[in-house]
Design a protein around this ligand. Structure first.
Ligand code: UFG
Length: 341
């Protein structure tokens, strides 16, 4: 069994990726500092797959902790690095927390790869690196634009750190996956997204409104240059997203890379407006949503969706989960969390 380290493995994307990895025969080792997730996730992963991942409560931005853990857990061939702070708004308020956690975390991971002879890295990047692209859909060659938040900046800086690092460490290979908007939950309703406090993202806000936890969803602006005036995003199902990581790991294991650092857009290729997404949720679940149009949210991009042809061709990966299923899974997870029958 190939051993793989998943940092941030109890988080939203990390937990779903762990499940898919285990189901495809990998032995998963998770490190997470549990700052934004719970150790219960480990039990729920185990319920789904019948395998308990090895777990260490480790903060990857603490080099000593990380190295101590890896000394006890040798034989890891690849790392998928999710562990990072990810709230865009908070990053504007507390930038140093983001620079410290996200950048130190990556540096420690890269140093660990050298020290413990770990060959392959998948890095969680984001479509945020493209800002508002001039041409849509965005390809991997679209220009990188100045970041709109410290969070976004850490993604850009980290891509550059990896680029510089692999240049002088040819034994190390890396793939940066630029995610579009990850949504949904595992069909078992055993794992899903668990935002702390008031959700900043659209889908958790929708499901919490449907569950009666929030009174009304605010749609941030309907005066954008889009067909219905609301912003357009590329919403990618969490299981599809998880599987993109496995395709990336396999590409490195099979030595199929054309460059030692490659970038892939991970989305569906379809743009949906906020109003279209609300409609899709209502149709899939039969639940009517209470929403109102309010002013724009500062820093929002007008429209962005992915050209996924490079990922489709080179990774042999494609988003396949129908939107209706994604919406139902997100809703079933919310019902489970809220104790709604
Ligand atoms: N939206 C609402 N009401 C809400 C929440 C969101 O109308 O209560 C709208 C937003 O204005 C936006 C769309 O829903 O048009 C999606 O918003 P999200 O916050 O869900 O997602 P973003 O596209 O703003 O953010 C995502 C990721 C971030 C990443 C960012 C890059 O969640 O991690 O893309 O632009 F940094």
């Amino acid at each position: 069994m190939k051993k793989i380290l998943v940092t941030g493995g109890t988080g939203f994307i990390g937990s779903h990726t762990t499940v898919e990895l285990q189901q495809k025969g990998y032995q998963v080792v998770i490190v997470d500092n549990l700052s934004n997730s719970s150790a219960d996730v480990i039990d729920n992963i185990t319920k789904i797959t019948g395998q308990k991942p090895i777990f260490g409560k480790v903060d990857v931005s603490n080099k000593e902790q990380l190295f101590d853990f890896l000394k006890q857990n040798q034989g890891i061939e690849s790392i998928i690095h999710f562990a990072a702070s990810k709230a865009v708004g908070e990053s504007v308020q507390v930038p140093l927390k983001y620079y410290r956690n996200n950048i130190n975390g990556l540096i420690n991971i890269l140093e660990a790869m050298k020290e413990f002879k770990i060959s392959n890295l998948v890095f969680s990047s984001s479509c945020t690196v493209y800002g508002q692209p001039e041409k849509l859909p965005v390809t991997e060659q679209s220009p990188i634009q100045p970041a709109l938040s410290p969070y976004g900046n850490t993604k850009q800086i980290n891509e550059e750190i990896i680029r510089d690092f692999v240049k002088v460490n040819p034994e190390i290979h890396a793939i940066a996956l630029r995610y579009f908007n990850p949504v949904g939950a595992h069909p078992s309703s055993l794992i899903g997204e668990l935002p702390l406090g008031v959700p900043a993202n659209l889908i958790p806000y929708i499901t919490q409104t449907a569950a009666g936890i929030r009174e009304c969803l605010s749609v941030f602006g309907n005066d954008y240059d889009t067909p219905d005036g609301t912003p357009i995003r590329d919403y990618i199902d969490i299981i599809d997203l998880a599987n993109a990581h496995i395709a990336a790991i396999k590409r490195m294991e099979d030595n199929k890379q054309k460059q030692s650092l490659e970038f892939f857009n991970i989305g569906t290729g379809n743009g949906l407006s906020v109003l279209e997404l609300i409609k899709a949720f209502e149709e899939a679940t039969g639940v009517k949503l209470n929403y109102k149009i309010v002013g724009r949210r500062e820093g929002d991009i007008e429209k962005v969706w992915a050209d996924t042809s490079f990922a489709n061709k080179e990774l042999g990966w494609k988003a396949v989960v129908p939107l209706k299923e994604t919406m139902l899974n997100a809703w079933n997870w919310q019902k489970k969390v809220s104790g709604i029958k």
